[in-house]
Write a protein of this length. Structure first.
Length: 762
């Protein structure tokens, strides 16, 4: 049996049952190391597992291999045996009942109960503000679609009866866990899929036989739920006269298309249950469509989606099989970011899988290695394997709408993707008010997988302590205004960045309502980008924080204005921006976490007169490590799987980090240094007043006065005069930052040249 067939037929849930493992809140104690608290998370819907402690991850076959310490071949044989055992048990328990679209408990009575319950769920949706906000956020129209909401109250009030309780227990909407209400003495029940929106699954007779639930808030139990003995199809069995059938990967994607009238009129739709969810019931329903001519796949725009389409296409060779290339991750995300009319265009441009010479792998929708051709398509792995990767990536970032700031944007990108590693990095972007610092960190965040990005305008004093234990694990945190955080919030953030964990003593109520102390832990392996007007204040208090100064020069301002004007004139295609963003997101998803060995680490010495040498050295080494990881498809590995840094990585790291190193050496922060250099260029050797400075620099009165006062305090400017008559200023200390920059460049250049000569000589 092929590996792909094993993965399709054997679920992780069945494997866990075989080993008598029962996950609690989707977590198990990891069997690959001494695990005192459960750190291994299992995703039963997508059939994979991941340990948040040791980083081990895999599918059902890998689980068997790791759990029993088998070889890959032995694990495959073991998996085949499990499939045979499971199939035999299923045949024994189900007997001859092979009708699809019917659950084990299906009957007129249960179908009527589910219909009535869904009617209640639909009404509950209109009464729930959070549920309505969620579907509005997802651009779903509940006046057109069949959507309900499980508020957890369907078995209360006037509706409550013994029959309702028994029916709910039978179908799995209530779970009997032996709970007793201490106040009333009545039996209590655990509610399945509480606080979830709901979609019906239907049989051939168009009866509701099951439900799919989607959590509207993230929780440890997961976000996708199905009733036991799941059966049925969403939105229902297609019409017999169907000629064109669209298959989506997820139910919310299917619902997104259902509300578009042009699609409803011309196509039928069926939702699969994930990339491994084109089940036998759906296949039988398709087989019964005698007039069917074309099957259109509209799966997610990621590796898993493309592989699933390629696999399933082989089952439909009797039909015309096409695929829709989405500009974003999935159908619903595309709907959120575009007008619904885009789907008409996407469907018209769908590609025939068997006729196309490009097949599935070609459709990536961003610049090829010739970055001037934005419409050329390319695979992200091919992109990562090219020689001048950083140069091409930098050009692609510009295509995504980040203009200028060439080294800064690359540095911020490298900092951000470090969230995948055990020692993530953090960046602070410093600039004057209105300089675009918030814009650049927001656009860099757009280039990351959006499910991993958390954006905050502010953080309250206790909010970081209240996340779930793994809610901030492998995430990216964007803080738009670091200056707005209070000291307690800054302290919590500082501890998080330094130690990757927050521990707090909290008070909770036990089952009897008594107060009880408890220990709460939040683990935080995340990278972060923050914006501030006063970077030095925060950088001194945070380990591994890089200061990046916004380029506030006239040349950079002209670049931005020219780009804005071209965009408003319609000379820049906004769709190309979105394609570039989507492609970079795919690049990030194709990066794996590695440890890095730098054989040149001892040779890379900083000059003796550099300040903060310990911190600077750590910064330089960490960025070189990130560049090596970015170049992982081109780098050799040690026998134990660690990436080996090359001289090219050192050279690129120093170039990208150079301005940040200068900021570490310089007494002045980036904005203040740029302001002083402007004054020196115009007024060196003569007195000037604030009006002359304002006219030349373009700064507003308040910001200008702050900078003048700070330079006076640091004795770079001499101030003369009185408050009532006005002050004049003169350059008091003219340090030669240009000379410092050149000396540092020469120092690094000498090191790199020596390493290259030694390498060629050996």
């Amino acid at each position: 049996m092929e590996i792909s067939a094993i993965k399709e037929r054997l679920s992780l849930s069945e494997v866990l049952q075989h080993y008598n493992l029962q996950p609690k809140n989707s977590m198990l104690k990891c069997f690959m190391h001494d695990d005192k608290t459960a750190s291994l998370q299992v995703n039963l819907e997508k059939n994979f597992y991941k340990c948040h402690s040791c980083g081990k991850t895999g599918d059902v076959i890998q689980f068997i291999e790791d759990y029993e310490k088998l070889t890959k071949h032995e694990a495959i044989k073991k998996a085949e045996g499990m499939i045979n055992t499971t199939s035999a048990l299923k045949n024994t328990s189900l007997g001859d009942t092979g009708d699809f679209g019917q659950t084990k408990i299906s009957s007129e009575k249960s179908a009527l109960f589910l219909e009535n319950t869904f009617s209640y769920f639909r009404k509950a949706l209109y009464c729930s503000v959070p549920a309505k906000q969620y579907i509005e956020k997802r651009n779903l129209d509940n006046s057109i679609l069949e959507i309900g909401y499980n508020s957890g109250q369907f078995h209360h009030g006037e509706r409550k009866s013994e029959a309702l309780i028994n029916n709910a227990l039978e179908v799995g909407l209530l779970l009997d866990k032996g709970l007793i209400n201490n106040r009333t003495g009545e039996k209590g029940y655990s509610i399945f899929a509480n606080k979830c929106i709901c979609f019906p699954l239907k049989n051939k007779e168009n009866e509701i036989v099951s439900f799919y639930f989607r959590a509207i808030i993230e929780n440890k139990n997961g976000k996708h739920f199905y009733l036991k003995n799941r059966s049925g199809i969403h939105p229902g069995y297609p019409k017999k006269e169907t000629k064109k059938l669209i298959l989506t990967e997820a139910i919310i994607d299917c619902a997104s298309l259902l509300q578009i009238k042009e699609i409803q009129d011309e196509y039928s739709l069926i939702s699969c249950f994930g990339t491994n969810g084109l089940n036998e019931e759906i296949l039988n329903a398709i087989e019964e469509l005698k007039e069917l001519e074309e099957i259109i796949f509209c799966f997610d725009n990621d590796d898993a989606g493309r592989k699933a389409v390629k696999k399933y296409a082989e089952d439909f060779r009797d039909y015309k099989v096409t695929t829709v290339e989405l500009p974003n991750n999935d159908v619903n995300e595309t709907l959120q970011l575009h007008d619904e009319s885009i789907f008409k265009e996407l469907l018209e441009k769908r590609k025939d899988i068997f006729l196309s010479t490009e097949k599935i792998k070609v459709t990536e929708g961003v610049p090829s290695r010739d970055t001037t051709q934005t419409n050329n398509l390319q695979n992200p792995i091919d992109f990562l394997q090219q020689k001048d990767l950083l140069k091409s990536l930098n050009n692609l970032i510009e295509k995504a709408g980040i203009i200028g700031e060439e080294n800064s944007r690359l540095l911020l990108f490298l900092i951000t993707i470090s969230y995948l590693n055990k020692s993530p990095l953090h960046g602070i972007v410093q600039g004057s008010s209105g300089s675009g610092k918030t814009h650049i960190i927001s656009r860099i965040a757009d280039l990351m997988p959006q499910e991993d990005v958390l954006r905050f305008t502010r953080i309250t004093e206790s909010s970081l302590y209240n996340w779930g234990e793994f809610d901030l694990f492998q995430k990216i945190i964007i803080i738009e205004d670091l200056d707005g955080l209070k000291e307690d919030a800054l302290y919590a953030l500082r501890e998080f960045i330094s130690n990757q964990v927050l521990r707090s003593s909290v008070t909770i109520k036990d089952k009897k309502g008594n107060n009880k102390s408890s220990h709460k832990i939040v683990k935080g392996q995340f990278s972060s980008l923050s914006a501030t007007t006063k970077g030095e204040t925060y950088e001194d208090n945070m380990n591994r924080s890089f200061i990046v100064a916004i380029n506030e020069s006239e040349e950079q301002t002209k670049k931005i204005i020219d780009y804005q004007n071209l965009k408003n004139a319609g000379m820049i295609d906004r769709n190309n921006e979105q394609k570039a963003i989507g492609f970079i997101q795919k690049i990030v998803k194709n990066l794996k976490c590695y440890e890095v060995v730098n054989p040149y680490a001892m040779e890379l010495q900083l000059p003796d007169k550099v300040k903060n040498k310990r911190r600077l050295n750590e910064m330089v080494q960490s960025i070189i490590k990130q560049i090596t990881i970015l170049n992982q498809y081109q780098r050799k590995q040690t026998s134990d799987g660690k990436l080996i840094t090359e001289i090219e990585d050192l050279e690129q790291g120093i170039e990208i980090l150079f301005e940040s190193i200068i900021l570490k050496i310089d007494e002045l922060d980036g904005s203040l240094r740029q302001f002083l250099e402007k004054l020196k260029k115009r007024f060196d050797g003569r007195e000037f007043n604030r009006f002359e400075a304002m006219e030349y620099t373009g700064f507003k009165k308040s910001q200008l006065q702050v900078y003048l006062n700070e330079l006076v305090r640091l004795e770079y400017l001499k101030q003369k005069g009185f408050v009532n008559k006005g002050f004049t200023y003169k350059i008091g200390y003219s340090d030669d930052i240009g000379k410092v920059r050149q000396e540092l460049k020469d120092h690094f250049h000498k090191i790199i040249n020596k390493l290259k000569l030694d390498a060629n000589g050996s």
